[in-house]
Each structure stands twice: as C-alpha cells, then as structure tokens.
Write a protein that binds this ligand. Structure first.
Ligand code: ATP
Ligand code: MG
Length: 422
C-alpha cells in the first residue's frame, strides 16, 4: 500500500479544535488596529526573489539560507515571502500609495523560511504586522509600541518585556560598524565561523548571534547608543519619554539589532521567558531607507511583525479562562417526524436570532449518542424534539453545563429564552 502523504516538515495544519483560539487572537488584534485607523493590505505570497535580496539584504540569515526560492516555468526566480514588509513597500510604490500622503496599513498571513523546525520555529508560520509610511517622528514609533502593548492587554497576556534600542542613522551606523569591526577583530579567535565570515560583510549581525559561547564577547562590545548624533539621540529620548509618560515599561538593550538589514533608529522587541529559546513574540522598528532602496521616493517608515504561533502558545496556557465561541445550542431529534421538523425549527431560530450558534443534529442515532455529541460540541443547551414534545407542541431545553432543571417551551417562548441568553 502506498504511504500516506503527510504535510511538509515544519508546516502545520491548524485544526478545527485550535482555530477558535486563532480567531480569538485575530479578532482582538484586528479590533485594536481598526481603532488606530490602520487598514488591511493583502499582498501575494509569491514575489520576485530580487525583492527580498534588495530589501532584506544579501548578508542575512533569511536571504543566505532560509528562502524558498525556485524558478517559475519561464525561468524567473520566485520566492515564497519570508516576511511581508518588502511586499507592502513594493505594493505601495507600485500603486503610488506614498506620494504626498501617509499610510497606516496592517497585514496578516503565512510566511515561509527554511529554518530548523522546533517549538516556536516553523517553515510556514504566520505573522500579523503593521506599517506606517510617510511619518518620521518619534510620535509614530510610540504609536506602534502603544498598539502592541494594547494587543497584550486585549489578549490578556502579561509578563512580556519590551526591549528597546536605536540603530541611529545609516551614517552613524557606518562609523559604529568600523568601531565594532575593530573590536571584534581584536577578538577574532573567539568568533565562531559564521561570525568570522560576517566580520567582513556585516559585523552588526554578529551582535544578533544566538551562540552562547559568544555572549561575553558581545556584552563587551562598544554600544551604538554611545555614538549617536544629536538628532538620533533626541528621537530616542522623545520615544523613551513618551513611554515613561504613558507608563509603558521597557528596558534599553544596546545589543538589540534585529535580523534584517533595513532598520534605522528605533528597534524594539517584545520578549517572554515562557517560550524557551524562541522568546520574541513581536519585533519592529524604523526603516527609513527601504522605500528609496526599492526604487520609491524617500519615505520614512516604521512597523512591526508578530509571530502568531508564539502568541498562540502563550494563549494556550490560559485557554480555559477564555470564553471562546462554542455553539449556544444543539438540536436533538428523535423519530421520523422530529427529523423532518427539526431542520425547519432550526431555520426559524436562525431567522429570528442571527447571532445564534446552533447545530442541528444530522445522521439519526439514539438519544444517548445524540446527547453525547451535543455535550462534545460545547453547546450550552440541548433543544430536544421527540414524540412527547411533538404531541405537546413544545421543545424541551436541557441544560448541558448547569444543574438547572429541564424546561419546556413553545416556539415563541423558546425564541424568547434563547434571545435572553445571547
Ligand atoms: P528570530 O530571531 O527568532 O529568528 P527574526 O528576527 O528572524 O526572529 P522577524 O523576521 O523579525 O524574526 O519576524 C518577526 C517575528 O516573527 C519574530 O519575532 C517571531 O515571533 C516570528 N517568527 C520569525 N521567524 C519565525 C519562524 N520560523 N517560526 C515562527 N515564528 C517566527
Ligand atoms: Mg530568524
């Protein structure tokens, strides 16, 4: 017999039992973004490979070893998007969204990176992110952080730590890069192979190394924060001041550089210690150079992206407290006549109560097996229609989650009862 085909390694099904939690997260997050005036943008999952090479940068983990790239049938190199900022910028330039206007957008969807699969790290994973274009002040950076901080409140997630840093301007970074490279060269023997290679091409990336043996070396490196020009310093101080005033706590982490090349000035991450090594649930920052780098007019920009799987893991810890939408009622039907009338009753209830979540039993079976299914569905009430009820012209309501006594209602009273419970 042929072996069953399975999902690709590192790519996961989100099964019906889990999708409620995903929807809960997505609904709350969308509600917050709506409230700040962000509008959704949807871009293709496939883009020209060059888009990512030119935006993310050739000397990055993503472009060097994580992209799903393949030739199209005509030979063009295409890539499954590893992130969505590049696509947003491409779309914005292509459709003239950045000309003399500001844009606040958000996106969600699957991203693809060929990484070593482990908890919190997958090959297909999901991000929800937001980007603001055309604004260069610390006020919009602050807004981004307020939005993310509101997400955690809306989702009931606590214990997340905000880490903040600034990467200065590209000129400031260029000077710092030399200083850092000089420091790292002095300790070249301590560098691992990858870092030794990056010393020439992208020394800042070394600060992002996850190799524990390099921790001390990285701790001792000079900090960009000490080399900032006046404007960058003022920008950073205004951002920190705004957070202080609003009572959002943060720690300044001078080693925070982020994995992508295009950041400038503000960078931030929200981290937790509850997810092991994969503790960053949200990462963002300012990337003023990217629009121009991709061929648009110079346009300041700032944004963030959240790892949905990691947030879902945190939410799972408290899934039982969350009132996730289960059906209100399940119709149990006994006998031929009830089987014929049940669906009509169900449609009537749906007409009257548009927000009612109602499962109408299909497939017959004993009372016992139907009640089992009703219970398993998570419904609060079983609406029972059997010979007895038909004779009396009523529906019996059985309370599946409480000890209340069974009640009989005629159709009008049943609608009233259900309405009072929605
Ligand atoms: P990491 O350092 O964990 O590799 P990154 O710097 O590559 O993260 P970003 O590109 O900034 O991550 O993506 C933003 C967020 O998306 C991350 O903070 C994380 O929550 C999530 N994320 C990134 N890669 C993955 C992945 N392979 N699987 C699951 N979530 C991911
Ligand atoms: Mg990564």
């Amino acid at each position: 017999m042929a072996k069953n085909i399975q999902a690709i390694r590192g790519m996961h099904d989100i099964l019906p039992d889990q999708s409620r939690l995903w929807q809960f997260l997505e609904d709350r997050v969308r509600g917050v973004l709506d409230g700040y005036g962000y509008r959704e943008i949807r871009t293709p999952v496939l883009e020209q490979t060059d888009l990512f090479k030119r935006s993310i940068g050739e000397v990055t983990d993503i472009v060097e070893k994580e992209m799903y790239s393949f030739p199209d049938r005509n030979g063009d190199s295409l890539t499954l998007r590893p992130e969505c900022t590049a696509g947003c910028v491409r779309a914005g330039i292509e459709h003239g969204l950045f000309h003399n206007q500001t844009q606040r957008v958000w996106y969600r969807g699957a991203m693809f990176r060929h990484e070593r699969p482990q908890k919190g790290r997958y090959r297909q994973f999901h991000q929800i992110g937001a980007e603001a274009f055309g604004l260069d002040g610390p006020d919009i950076d602050l807004e981004m952080i307020f939005i993310t901080s509101r997400f955690w409140r809306e989702l009931g997630l606590d214990g997340l730590e905000l880490q903040l840093n600034t990467l200065g301007t590209s000129q400031e970074r260029a000077i710092y890069r030399q200083e850092l490279a000089a420091y790292l060269s002095q300790h070249e023997s301590t560098l691992d192979d990858e870092s030794r290679r990056r010393l020439q091409t992208n020394p800042l990336r070394i600060l992002d190394s996850k190799n524990p043996e390099m921790k001390d070396l990285i701790e001792g490196a000079p900090a960009l924060l000490d080399n900032l020009g006046g404007e960058s310093r003022a920008h950073f101080e205004a951002l920190c001041g705004g957070l202080d005033t609003a009572g959002v706590s943060y720690v300044v982490n001078p080693r925070l550089v982020r994995g992508l090349d295009y950041y400038a000035r503000t960078v931030f991450e929200w981290v937790t210690n509850r997810l092991g090594a994969q503790g960053t649930v949200c990462a963002g920052g300012r990337y003023d150079g990217l629009v121009e780098q991709l061929g648009g007019r110079p346009t300041p920009a700032v944004g963030f992206a959240m790892g949905v799987e990691r947030l879902i893991s945190l939410l799972e810890e408290r899934q039982s407290e969350l009132q996730l939408a289960s059906p209100h009622a399940y119709i149990v039907l006994m006998g031929d006549e009830a089987q014929a009338k049940g669906p009509v009753l169900a449609e009537r209830l749906r007409d009257e109560l548009p927000s009612l979540r109602l499962i109408s039993h299909c497939g017959g079976g004993s009372f016992k097996s139907q009640f089992k299914k009703a219970d398993k569905s998570g419904a609060h009430y079983a609406l029972v229609l059997g010979d007895n009820e038909l004779a009396k012209g009523v529906v019996s309501v059985k309370f599946l989650r409480t000890a209340d006594e069974q009640q009989e209602y005629d159709q009008r009273a049943l609608i009233g009862f259900l309405r009072s419970k929605l």
